[in-house]
Every structure is written in C-alpha cells, then in structure tokens.
Design a protein around this ligand. Structure first.
Ligand code: HEM
Length: 460
C-alpha cells in the first residue's frame, strides 16, 4: 500500500516529460497493477474485489451485455453529481434512451450548428483581442476551451434560456470541484450529513441547480403550450420526443427526469469535449506537419469563409487527427461496471458485487493491440477508418465513447463541435507550445491539463 501510495503521489505532484506515453502518469495505480499482474488482474478495495480488464475480447463481452454488467449501483462520487441516463438501468434506461435519442441525430445537431459556431467565434474573438497589436501572444488556452464547451451546451441545449443555462454550467463546475474535496466524506457512511463548509455549499448548489433547471424546463413547457414551436435545441427536441411517446404509449419521462437529463448534458458533455479540443491543440503544436496538413484541408474545404455543416464531412485529415487524439488522450480514461449476481466472463466466474474497471487509456496504448509505436502520434493509422486502424479487432480496442448499447449518446455532437472548433482555430491562428508549457494530463472526471496549457498563438 505504501509503495502504491508513493507511486500515485509522485505521478500526481509534478508534470511529466513531454511525451504521449501518458498511462503511467495518468493512471499510476492501474499501470502498476497491469505491469505486475497482466491484463486480467484484481485487487481488494476494502471488502470488495475489483477486477481490471484490459483484454479487448473480454471488454467487448462486458459492453455487449449491459444487463449482466451494469454500471455500479452505488458509486458515491458519481452519484453525488450525476443523474439521468448515466445512472438508470434496464427498462427505465431503454425507454429514456429511446426518447432522448432523436435529440442527438445528425439532423437535430444540424439545427444546433449555428449555436456551436457562435460559441467558437466568440472564443476566437477573445484570442484575437489578446494577439491584437502584435502578431503573436502567449495564451493559456485551457480556460477558454473549457468555457467553450459549457457555452456550446448552454446554447445548443437551451437556446432561448442561454443566460440561465450558463449559470447551470458554472455551478456544475463548482460541484465537480467540491465533490473532489468531499471525496472522503462521500465514501464515509453518513459523511454527507456532517455540516462542513464544503458539504453545506454542495447542498446549497444542488438546490440552486434544481431550481435553475426546473425554471428553464417550466418556461419552455409554457411556451410550447402557448403554441411556440421549439425544436432547434436539445431541450425542445427532447420535450417533443417525450410528448410523442406519451401520446403513442401513454407514459414518457416525468418532468423530474427531463430536469435530470438537462443537468447531465453539462457533466457528460462539456469537459469531455473540451479536453478533446485541448489535447488536439497540444498534439498539433508538437506535430507541426499535421497542423499544416489539417490547415491545408480546411482551406480546401472552406477557403477563408465560414465553416459550414456540410463541409465537415469532407474533413478527412481532421477526423484522423481527432481519432488519434481520442486514442492517446481519451477524455474518459476508464469505464466502470459491476456484477449483481454470479456472472460468467470469458473463462472466469465472477461472484456478485464485483467492481469491474475497463481502463480505456491502457487499451489505447497497448503495444499488443496498436504495435510498438502505440504511444506515438500517428494519425495515418486512421487513414482507412476505425475498423482498419484496429485491424478488425473490434470495439474492445478503440473505445473513447464506450461501446455496445450504452455507447455515448453525444458522440456525434462532440465530434461536430470539435471539428468546428479546430477548423475555426486553424483558419485564424498557427500555434506552438510556449516555453512555460508543462505536460500534465490529469485523470479526474475527464482528462484536463493539471497545469493549464500555455501556447503561443500566431496570427495568420
Ligand atoms: C456515455 C465519452 C461527449 C452524453 C459516455 C461513455 C463514454 C463517453 C466513454 C460510456 C460510459 C460507460 O459506458 O459507462 C464521451 C467523450 C465525449 C463525450 C469522450 C467527448 C469527446 C458527450 C456529449 C454528451 C454526452 C457531448 C451530451 C451532450 C453522454 C451520456 C452518456 C454518455 C448521456 C450515457 C449513455 C447511456 O448510458 O446510455 N460518454 N462522451 N457525452 N455520454 Fe458521452
């Protein structure tokens, strides 16, 4: 235990050398376990066994059997801030997923595209102000990109209530930080009831979030009852789909459920997407040849004009780059499952109540899957698509968005947002790492840079 605690503390306390070989820094504990005990290992975590599975075939088996391998039913950290789809199971999950799905179809996202563009343009205008008067400037791009993803969700999900929705984003961010401060109390039975300052703030924020989200949903429902059509944002499409379900089958989602989903969009969809955009900028700073190739492609497709929705599907090089970044820097570094009765997995029989950890980042850096250059940045791997990059070995090898029936519902949304942001940034700036840059991917709810990301932006 002392050895492991020292490894984790060491890895977390300082930046790492600049390299894409980040697994030992990001998940030091899991890295240690795998190196010592192999791709199927287990530890005891208190009274519970915890299995680590990094074998692509077993991962596929787990993800394709969501009834047998459900998300852990009690996960104090997750449950303290996440509700909605992520924590529901079985019939309730299937019904809700079915109702929410239309909001994430490509046709729906197309209607939100102007909201995505507006938020990207606003971020770029801020960078232009910082570079104004000289041809270059050092900018810590992380806070801007982090803010961008929250801004995009606020507009794309709650168009007409943008200002109130921004408050949800800010409070959710604060909740994520507070949850980490409260980590010990969250796992301590009754710990949430102890009236510490952080606990009280957490409760106060929870109530505020509920009121804000409820007000937005109530306002929208009233507007729809008054005859306003409202199908150009996530909330509008979700309410429309829910009304259809109630009309056809008598039962849909309750308004409490809709409110939970609205809050979830921020937790599941903002920092994950912002870390994808951030690490793409870092990788393109380190690999200028790919930055140039991507810019050339963007110029071919859009010239110096506006980035448009139809053009995004012609961005082959940008897509290859994003896939390679998702492989090396997966925003969700692991997914969790648990058994709830005795369950077969490969040639093992697992007892009930075993936690299962799928360390996505470890699989994505595995030389046995990706070859000896697994931790090098080589977007050309994806030149013939994902199936060819994984040599037909399937979803267990490349799973930035998870896999199987519970695959990320927002993956199209995230990719469109990331492509738009990268295209707009590359049209306007070239960039490189600042000498003060410290490499610090840090696994928390996603994979943010622990010490920010100062880059030198050059006007072009
Ligand atoms: C689920 C990753 C963006 C909403 C997931 C899962 C992963 C993931 C790995 C599966 C978790 C599991 O199996 O336990 C990502 C990444 C993103 C991203 C890497 C960005 C690059 C988004 C966005 C939204 C979103 C933009 C919505 C606005 C969700 C939801 C689920 C989910 C609701 C739960 C799906 C279900 O259980 O049916 N995401 N996500 N995600 N994601 Fe994302």
């Amino acid at each position: 235990i002392i050895e492991l605690a020292t490894i984790v503390k060491e890895a977390r306390s300082k930046p790492m050398p600049i390299s894409h070989d980040i697994t030992s820094h990001v998940l030091p504990f899991e890295y240690y376990i795998f190196n010592k005990y192999g791709k199927k290992s287990y530890t005891w975590f208190g009274p519970k066994p915890r299995i680590y599975v990094a074998d692509p075939e077993l991962i596929k088996e787990i993800l394709l059997k969501p009834e047998e391998f459900q998300r852990p039913h009690r996960e104090p950290l997750r449950d303290s801030i996440i509700g909605g789809l992520v924590v529901s199971e079985g019939h309730k999950w299937a019904k809700h997923r079915n109702i929410i799905n239309p909001a994430f179809h490509l046709e729906s996202i197309k209607r939100m595209f102007s909201a995505i563009c507006l938020s990207c343009s606003e971020m770029i205008s801020k960078w232009e102000l910082l570079t104004a008067g000289s041809s270059e400037a050092e900018v810590d791009v992380w806070p801007f990109i982090d803010n961008l993803a929250g801004d995009v969700i606020s507009r794309a999900a709650f168009n007409s209530s943008y200002e109130e929705a921004r408050n949800i984003f800010c409070i959710q961010k604060e909740q994520m930080e507070l949850a980490l401060q409260l980590l010990f109390l969250l796992y301590l039975p009754g710990g949430r009831l102890i009236p510490t300052k952080a606990n009280n703030k957490f409760k106060e924020n929870r109530n505020k979030l509920q009121t804000l989200a409820k007000d937005i949903v109530d306002k929208r429902k009233k507007a729809i009852e008054m005859g306003e059509t409202s199908n150009n944002d996530l909330l509008g499409i979700l309410l429309e789909s829910n009304a259809k379900e109630i009309h056809e089958n008598g039962v849909g989602m309750s308004m409490e459920d809709v409110i939970e989903e609205c809050k979830l969009f921020y937790i599941a969809g903002s920092e994950t997407t912002s870390t994808l955009i951030l690490w793409t900028m870092v990788c393109l700073s380190l690999h200028q040849e790919w930055q140039n190739k991507a810019r050339q492609e963007i110029t071919q497709v859009f010239g110096s004009g506006e980035v448009h929705y139809e053009g995004l599907k012609h961005l082959k090089i940008v897509t290859m780059i994003l896939n390679e970044v998702l492989r090396l820097y997966p925003p969700a570094t692991m997914v969790l499952r648990a058994t709830h009765k005795e369950t077969k997995l490969g040639d093992m029989t697992l007892p009930s109540d075993v936690n299962i950890i799928i360390p996505i980042i470890r699989v994505h850096h595995d030389p046995e899957v990706w070859g000896g250059d697994a931790s090098e940045f080589k977007p050309e791997r994806f030149s013939n698509g994902i199936a060819s990059a994984t040599k037909g070995k399937g979803m267990g090898c490349f799973l930035p968005f998870g896999g199987g029936p519970r695959i990320c519902i927002g993956q199209n949304f995230a990719m469109i947002e990331a492509k738009t942001a990268i295209a707009k940034i590359l049209q306007r700036f070239s960039f490189e790492l600042s000498p003060s840059y410290k490499h610090s991917p840090f696994a928390m709810f996603s994979l943010p840079p622990q010490f920010g990301a100062p880059l030198i932006l050059h006007d072009i």
